[in-house]
Write a protein that binds this ligand. Structure first.
Ligand code: SAH
Ligand code: SF4
Length: 352
């Protein structure tokens, strides 16, 4: 294995330090980033504003290496699931979701997930490890290549990034922060902080740390409105209780501009578990003092799942009551279910 530094692991700060350490100006990091992230050029020798002396120095100590695109799966609705090899027998999944007016990329942050939510296929896989920055950022670069190659969606580039793939992003905090700095950097992918979403099951200490490091949209996977129900479907709730979670997020909102003062709440509708009248009124009570946008998510199926989705009548009932009480409510439209690319269906197992 190469001992050279993979430059995809470094954000601008890291690159500046590297250039200074080899006797070069720090502005070279801006140039390097725009080659990689804006001109899709990963070959030092094609970076025309670098002298051959600089290229030789870079080649001696560093490299630019992407993870390996292993296979792609096309859904009938235009969604594409990309299976990426990140080690021997280790795979992660990334989902490309084109809409009329935007293109969303759903990224993975870990191989597997340790948190074992009872409704999630990723949680059923063994946790292997955190992804490196080059593997997080590499998902975006591989998809950009794919868009150009397949001339997808009129070559429209990625407009939104959501960390809703495999893993709990806030448990890979350091690499998540560096990756997001690259995503937001004007010499990197240059996305607006309002277009980048971290979805989390609610790792309270990491939410406290988040605003000191970056500001992006935070979506909370709540899925229950009482500790009793949440304990039974999300073991993390035994450690971080609902009220503490909501209070922590309310604090994050004070500092965050990306969220525009509104918490995004994700609530999967699971038949007979969290979809009763008591559940919805507990939810109203819990969120009554916090401006919230509630996304109701019909439960997606996978083999081995012990729950079923609430029926349409129940989902509509939740929608109506929450709307009446003044919340902004949406019902998530599932994409890519025919290729197991929807929320909670990602496993990194490809023989399905
Ligand atoms: N670990 C993070 C992000 C990855 S999961 C989190 O839990 O938020 C992305 C989203 O998919 C989360 O809201 C998660 O709760 C949801 N999800 C998991 N399993 C699901 C399923 N079977 N059907 C619908 N959504 C699911
Ligand atoms: Fe992990 Fe999120 Fe799945 Fe829970 S829902 S097991 S936190 S990936």
């Amino acid at each position: 294995m190469s001992k050279k530094i993979n430059l995809l692991n470094l954000n601008r700060e890291g690159l500046c330090k590297l250039f200074l350490s080899i006797g070069e100006y720090s502005f070279r990091s801006n140039q390097l980033m725009s080659w990689i992230y804006q001109k899709d050029c990963l070959d030092f020798r094609k970076m025309t504003n670098f002298s051959s002396n600089l290229i030789n120095k870079l080649e001696k100590i560093s490299c630019i290496i992407l993870p390996k695109l292993f296979r792609i799966f096309h859904s009938c609705d235009g969604t594409i699931k990309i299976l990426i090899e990140v080690g021997y027998n280790q795979y992660i999944e990334t989902v490309y979701i084109p809409y009329k007016n935007r293109t969303t990329l759903c990224l993975s942050s870990q191989i597997g997930c340790i948190l074992d939510c009872k409704f999630c296929c990723t949680g059923k896989q063994p946790f292997v490890r955190n992804l490196f920055v080059f593997e997080i950022i590499g998902q975006i670069l591989l998809v950009k290549k794919m868009i150009n190659h397949l001339k997808l969606n009129n070559n429209k580039s990625i407009t939104n990034i959501v960390f809703m793939g495999m893993g709990e992003p806030l448990l890979n905090f350091k690499n998540l922060v560096v990756s997001i700095k690259i995503i937001l950097d004007k010499f990197g992918l240059g996305l607006s902080k309002r277009k980048v979403v971290i979805s989390t099951s609610g790792i309270i200490p990491a939410i406290h740390e988040l605003f000191k490091n970056i500001d992006v949209v935070l979506a909370i996977s709540l899925h229950a409105s009482s500790d009793v129900v949440r304990d039974s479907i999300m073991p993390i709730n035994k450690r971080y209780k609902i009220k503490d979670l909501i209070n922590t997020v309310a604090k994050y909102m004070v500092y965050s501009r990306a969220n525009c003062g509104v918490i995004s709440i994700e609530y999967i509708m699971i038949d007979g578990i969290n979809d009763t009248k008591i559940d919805v009124f507990n939810l109203i009570n819990l969120l009554k003092n916090i401006p919230s946008k509630i996304n109701l998510i019909p439960l997606n199926n996978f083999s081995g799942l012990n729950y079923s989705c609430s029926n349409n009548k129940k989902i509509k009932y939740f929608f109506d009551i929450l709307t009446q009480y003044g919340f902004i409510v949406t019902i998530r439209k599932s994409r890519g279910a025919d290729i197991y690319a929807s929320c909670g269906q990602l496993s990194g197992v490809f023989f399905k």
